[in-house]
Design a protein around this ligand. Sequence first.
Ligand code: ATP
Length: 635
Amino acid sequence: AAEHNSFDLDSLVTWKAGEPVPFSLLASTFEAIADTTKRLERTGILINAFRAVIATTPADLLPMVYLCTNRMAPAHAGVELGIGDATLIKALAQTTGRKESSIRSEYGECGDLGLVAFNSRGTQKTMFPPPPLTLRQVFKLFKDIAAVAGEKSQDRKKAFIIKLLVAAKGQEAGYVMRALQGKLRIGLGEETVLAALAHAAVLQKEGAQGASEAIAGRLERAAQIVKQVYSECPSYDELVPALLEQGIDELPQHVHFKPGVPVKPMLAKPTTGVGEVLDKFTDQEFTCEYKYDGERAQIHVLPGGVVKIYSRNSEDNTTKYPDIVKLIPKQLKPGISSVVLDAEAVAFDHSTGKILPFQILSTRARKDVTVENIKVNVCVYAFDCLSINGRTLLREPLTARRDALASALEPLTGHLEFATAKTSRDIEELTRFLDESVEAGTEGLIVKTVADSYEPSKRSSHWLKLKKDYLEGVGDTFDLVPIGAWYGKGKRTGVYGSYLLAAYDPEGEEYQTLCKIGTGFSEEVLKQLAEQMQGLAIPEARKYYRYGESLVPDVWFDAKAVWEVKAADLSISPVHKAALGLVDPSKGISIRFPRLVRVRDDKGPEDATSTEQVAEMYRKQAVLQQKQKKGGGGG
Ligand code: ATP
């Protein structure tokens, strides 16, 4: 394991075994991580911090992991701090005796409320300083803050925040503040946290030293196991205790998919045409389904009839779809007590019996909908079955999962249908099916091998998307993160006129720019975007942004939003940095003629198109162009 020089294990442990771990461990871990952009070092720092906790007070590993991910519970639990900047500023003013206006102006200048909190430490007057913060105490206070609801909730939350700030020493105040804002700004991804957990568990258990080859292989495998387990059951509440008690090898027996916890959805890879599908699946049997353009819905019917609906990002969407909650239990066949479906919820017009575009679905209210006030109807198109009567089907082939789907549900036209499917190898028949899919109001096809299992959270080569719109060019849209903008001129004064968009490199945990986008927006859209983005402005680029010196925007943003963008083609770029070194040793890739398709609320920045995907699309385009050249214009 990589050990960070100034972060060695022995000097980390400043508390006695069994005692609560001080919060200062987390603050110094973050500090060390923020200081380096080298991935190995970052991981090494985290590994040692986790090891220090495991070696002394393992009960504090769970709060430590949650605080590292800036969360308090699994995504599907929907636990949010729910604090505005105004409350944080008030709390800081009250703890330090500073004027709110002075805090605000300092915040305006430096853009980091954590830094303001840190700088304000000297002005705090406490006669009886409280004891140092511990990890579990901070975590508990965070949960207390989240639990406050109802009247005067901001004031009541503020009381907890003050408790935290009063006890925070040195750097701690900065990290408490940033965590409360949900902006840790150290760019620590989930992948790194999971890998570090796995490494720490193995190294602590086996007391292994150095980087001998045997241990390297063992660590790699451990990381894979932990990632796999987490994708089936994305909950640290389950993962961390089991890891400590059972160890790595036993982990999959104890933590696995179960109804009530959304599995990370299986994802598909883009293709450029029927020909590519046939090339890829020469030896494999496959089937094609309509690719419905709505919102992914993982529907869990639990024993006793409780229905839960989860989004692509494992968020609880149950209160958005009371109609689906009501419908599904009625369509269960006799003898079915629980089932988990993978499906797409699609806007539907019952008067014409037709599918409506995604844009209509996006106008549906997002939560606390009642059946009586539904404005946009939906039809559920089910395409997979992940569990039936408590039996997990993840490792079964698609054919078996489809059979289970049919045995579990009675379809109801316009409300609950099975995805339209066709199995064929005939290129003409497939092309016709693709055309039909588009006429039916869908985006194209998803082509799936029939013998393979469900692969949670993987962009699998067993599922290929064939989108009609993009067949000639790039094959797919990009999901990009706006990290900067330029002020508009002329008519666009007062809003941002163009944006700098980036793809995500999960290896290096970096956002690398792919294009500047500035045309194709209506004024209305530009206004909306500016409103959404203003709150994300930061004074300078993050250390983990990779961009060209000749393309520095007027404003930088925190990496939060995700925009779906389509483009004409990809090219090697002297300016942009996406996939730097993957295709060309010194140049990145950029996309030409980018156009905004939609804002993706259901994706987080780490779900953005990866730089490896960008490189893969570039390579594919190159092959296609070669073929076309050889075809000599003949088609
Ligand atoms: P991804 O989910 O792959 O990151 P995305 O969310 O941008 O990408 P697309 O690339 O357009 O979505 O396609 C995948 C999505 O298509 C799935 O997540 C799912 O919501 C939807 N979908 C519609 N019909 C099907 C189907 N028959 N099988 C699988 N997915 C389908």
